[in-house]
Every structure is written in structure tokens, then in C-alpha cells.
Design a binder for this molecule. Structure first.
Ligand SMILES: Nc1ncnc2c1ncn2[C@@H]1O[C@H](COP(=O)(O)OP(=O)(O)O)[C@@H](O)[C@H]1O
Ligand SMILES: [Mg+2]
Length: 242
């Protein structure tokens, strides 16, 4: 269930009719069950890349081979919940075959049990993100795509949610692609970290992290962070973001 990505070029045309490259020569492979995390500055093309990989945008040069026969779970940068449906209905509609035991376990890990009957308009951003995550995991995806799931949350909540995501990806061993602009999140969640340049995004470096997620200590995380800072020194936009 490996993912193969070769995006030779993706460009957008602006209102003045000028084309701007967003992704150039982006090539990588992600093994079955691996968590690949992409770190890059805001606006470099991360969401654009994820939409292409998910198959939602076909207007690019290159090719993407998604894990064969895998159901895709996707969490967009905005939670995109159905406003007139409760939390539980939002999840069940996406995963009609999910059984009650699996859903209960999922709601428990994501601390959503008290919110099952709430509506999206009543939820904080952090809660809405957790519902979007529950919806993605409920389909028992073979391939999971997460677009900045921790952005705009306060630190304590982001840390809890990061641990919840780690627990879920480890328990379901799903091939996962996550993008973030936060190096710390990347090092704590990824099996393989890809550093992206500013726009047009290209891969500056790729770092495998072999220590299992739960066993990574602060000293190792600090050492990897230093390595990343060293590797992105030449890229000023990334230097600002890191
Ligand atoms: N539909 C679109 N039409 C035109 N330009 C777009 C569109 N979507 C994104 N862009 C541009 O592409 C660049 C990358 O956007 P995006 O992939 O959202 O970046 P990121 O997710 O890394 O912050 C930005 O300059 C953005 O303005
Ligand atoms: Mg984005």
C-alpha cells in the first residue's frame, strides 16, 4: 500500500492571466503504514499538493499512484462539517458501515463522548477538528491525509491532539500524509520528515526518524530540530517559519 508521487509541475493562473508555479519536481515515495510529514512555510503549496495526491485536483503535470484499494480519509485545513447534523451524524454519514464499538472507541480516544449530540456551530475549533479526525478515522482508511490538523489550537490542546493522532495512526497502521508548518509536530509524528522550500515547493531534504514515536525523547527531538535548521539554512522563508 505504497504511495508514489511525481508532480513535475503545478501552476495556477491569477486574475491577470499570469501563471505561477506552485509545485515543481516534487517526487517521493511513502511506504505502507508509514507516516510522512511535510513541513513548509505558509503559502508554499502544501494544501495544493495534498489535493492533488487525494485525487481532488487533476490539473497538474505528473502522476500519483495511491495505495491500491485503500479507502482515503481526509482532514482538510477547515473542518468542513455539515452544520445541520450532529457530531455523531457527521461521523456516521461518512462511515455508514462503522460499528458502534469501533465508533465508541474512536469517540473515547478523541474525547468526543460528551459532544455526540452537539451541532458544529456549538463547537470550538479544537472540537471541530477532532470531529473531522473522527470522521476520517471512522472509515478505517488505508490512506490518511491530514492538512495542518493542529494549526490555530492553543499549545496544550495541540499537544493532546497530537498524542491522540499518534495513538490512532499507531493502532490502525495506516499510510499517512500530514502537512504542518511546525517542525516540532513533524518530528513527534513523522516516520519520515520532508522539508519543503518556499513557493514553488520542492523537497529540500528528507529525514527518516527510526525511533518509534512513543520512544522519542526530548534530547533526540532537539537534535533532529538542529539538523533540520542546518539543512534549511539556505532557504530564508523556511528559516523564518522554523
Ligand atoms: N485555487 C487557486 N487559484 C489560484 N491560486 C491558488 C489556488 N489555491 C492556492 N493558490 C495559491 O497557491 C499557493 C499555495 O497555496 P496553498 O497550497 O494553499 O499553500 P499552503 O497550504 O502551503 O499554505 C498560494 O500562493 C496560493 O495563493
Ligand atoms: Mg494549506
Amino acid at each position: 500500500m505504497q504511495l508514489e508521487v511525481e508532480i513535475a509541475r503545478k501552476a495556477f493562473t491569477n486574475a491577470a492571466g499570469e501563471r505561477h508555479d506552485v509545485l515543481v519536481d516534487l517526487k517521493f515515495v511513502l511506504g505502507a503504514g508509514e507516516v510522512g510529514v511535510f513541513v513548509g512555510p505558509s503559502g508554499c503549496g502544501k494544501s495544493t499538493m495534498l489535493k492533488i495526491i487525494a485525487g481532488l485536483d487533476q490539473d497538474y503535470q505528473g502522476r500519483v499512484v495511491r495505495p491500491a484499494d485503500a479507502r482515503i480519509g481526509m482532514v482538510f485545513q477547515e473542518p468542513r462539517l455539515l452544520p445541520w447534523r450532529s457530531v455523531e451524524e457527521n461521523v456516521r454519514l461518512a462511515a455508514p458501515r462503522a460499528d458502534d464499538v469501533a465508533l465508541s472507541a474512536l469517540f473515547t480516544v478523541l474525547e468526543l463522548n460528551a459532544h455526540r449530540s452537539h451541532f458544529p456551530g456549538e463547537l470550538s475549533l479544537g472540537l471541530a477538528r477532532r470531529v473531522a479526525l473522527a470522521r476520517a478515522f471512522a472509515v478505517e482508511p488505508g490512506f490518511l491525509i491530514l492538512d495542518e490538523p493542529l494549526t490555530s489550537l492553543d499549545d496544550a490542546l495541540a499537544m493532546r491532539l497530537r498524542d491522540q493522532i499518534a495513538t490512532l495512526v499507531d493502532s490502525q497502521s495506516v499510510t499517512t500524509l500530514l502537512v504542518t508548518h511546525d517542525v516540532d509536530d513533524a518530528i513527534r509524528l513523522g516516520d519520515r520528515v520532508f522539508l519543503l522550500s518556499s513557493r514553488p515547493a520542492r523537497i529540500l531534504a528528507e529525514l527518516p526518524i527510526r525511533t518509534p514515536r512513543k520512544a522519542r525523547g526530548e534530547a533526540e527531538i532537539a537534535a533532529i530540530k538542529a539538523e533540520i535548521a542546518r539543512r534549511t539554512n539556505g532557504d530564508s522563508a523556511n528559516g523564518d517559519a522554523l
